[in-house]
Design a binder for this molecule. Sequence first.
Ligand SMILES: Cc1ncc(C[n+]2csc(CCOP(=O)(O)OP(=O)(O)O)c2C)c(N)n1
Ligand SMILES: [Mg+2]
Length: 592
Amino acid sequence: MRMTTEEAFVKTLQRHGIQHAFGIIGSAMMPISDLFPKADITFWDCAHEGSAGMMADGYTRATGKMSMMIAQNGPGITNFVTAVKTAYWNHTPLLLVTPQAANKTIGQGGFQEVEQMKLFEDMVAYQEEVRDPSRVVEVLTRVIGQAKRLSGPAQLNIPRDFWTQVIDVEIADPIEFEASSGGSNSVADAAKLLSGARNPVILNGAGVVLARGGIDASMALAERLDAPVCVGYQHNDAFPGSHPLFAGPLGYNGSKAAMELIKDADVVLCLGTRLNPFSTLPGYGMEYWPANAKIIQVDINPNRIGLTKKVTVGIVGDAAKVAQGILAQLSDSAGDAGRAERKAAIAQNKSAWAQQLSSMDHEEDDPGTNWNERARSDKPDWMSPRMAWRAIQAALPKDAIISSDIGNNCAIGNAYPSFEAGRKYLAPGLFGPCGYGLPAIVGAKIGCPDTPVVGFSGDGAFGIAVNELTAIGRGEWPAITQIVFRNYQWGAEKRNSTLWFDDNFVGTELDEQVSYAGIAKACGLKGVVARTMDELTAALNQAIEDQKNGITTLIEAMINQELGEPFRRDAMKKPVSVAGIDAADMQPQQGA
Ligand SMILES: Cc1ncc(C[n+]2csc(CCOP(=O)(O)OP(=O)(O)O)c2C)c(N)n1
Ligand SMILES: [Mg+2]
């Protein structure tokens, strides 16, 4: 069929059901964005491409449906880099479309020129450039297929002078195939190991959320074995929070119950997880990873099996299908050994941790430091981070989707929220970008307009995304609720300064004159300041009601400057002065 390259491109997007595009408009993409309204594709015109990319990530993580990122060649595209790498480590199948400077002039150092393939080489799961206008459909179909197969962002690069050309082409069917249920021998080996285990533990990762039916399959297996189910760092939604076998998240600021239970495991089934370092590093000073246990690791990506931990059985496959396969092959007596003791230990550890968590109000100082003590006495009437989290818990709807950000307050919150379904907890993941909370929750709401959503950020991280407040108030954008933890500091980094740099606070302080609630109001949104637990609970209840009526609210939660555990005890140590640094050594530099 005869059509233009942009028609072929848009028809292929339609063939794959891609309905949402995020970015900032630019001439290099205009031939296709011009067709979006006719094609029933919505272009979400953001304030910064970095946030646009995180909106796409939030949309796709919340819905399981692919969305796309697109922008102007050169600076529009370079702005996507952080978001694309974030999506990579969130295992989000996204389509990144990068119109490139024209073939006719590229290399001459012209306008908005940069090597866009090299730029994303280490950011995407797959990338391909369209080499000839006639190949638009072929390449786009393959790129979308690879994003799905590899569960990551995939890039299509296209010289902008390939648009508006007339080609003869057929729209191709999507490349689809069934996910693997794992090698039969290794599934049988895993079933045998679990059948003989006295203390089996299941560890669910993102793969359980991403696989269709993954949570149900892991639940059936857990119930058959009465095995506790831990989840990986920031994958709190990978098992129902109310289930008696749910032990909680491992790793940084996670559940002590989960750590206690996995510590004694003799066999661990690691389902849909690459065993990222934050899920296995010590927590609360406790080494909990069971070094002598037999480890079964299931991942769709063979490169990640055995990458971080010693593995007894590795299975390349879909988390749901492999769990079903293992369950079908368990011996009749599987789980019987020590069943009653195991159930009792799960209940006992969970209740001890729940009790401990609900009585934790304040952050502790390391021996020899007193930052937290000072922070409390400086603002004795202010909420502590944990008080804020408890006030939030009291108002957070059970079915809400929440996002989180990188920062100390968001991290302290890791132990609090639990979920009854997957795709509910959008944490920034292991690329760890500040500025994820707001855009991710906006994307989630676009995908799930009838679900209440609440975004979370610290005040520094929020500043990276604050310009999106100028974009999201427009009529067609759905209403969201965003909570900002206001402690006037880049707290997570300040924590490092208190522990290893003798309170030398370089670059850690924020401007106390800035009002985020005020900025929200200036953008036509609702801005609220909450100073007490009651005010915070009431503000969140009201904001959720308002969200139903199309009103976006930013809640600025005023909290004291207490700081919880640092992110990287594993990577930090106190520096020593050897040669010393002296300001007198500074030389004058010749200026203009
Ligand atoms: C884009 C980016 N820049 C810098 C960092 C380093 N970093 C990690 S946490 C953090 C501080 C976050 O401060 P804030 O958002 O105010 O939250 P708080 O820790 O105070 O709760 C910084 C700067 C990062 N992770 N990402
Ligand atoms: Mg802060």
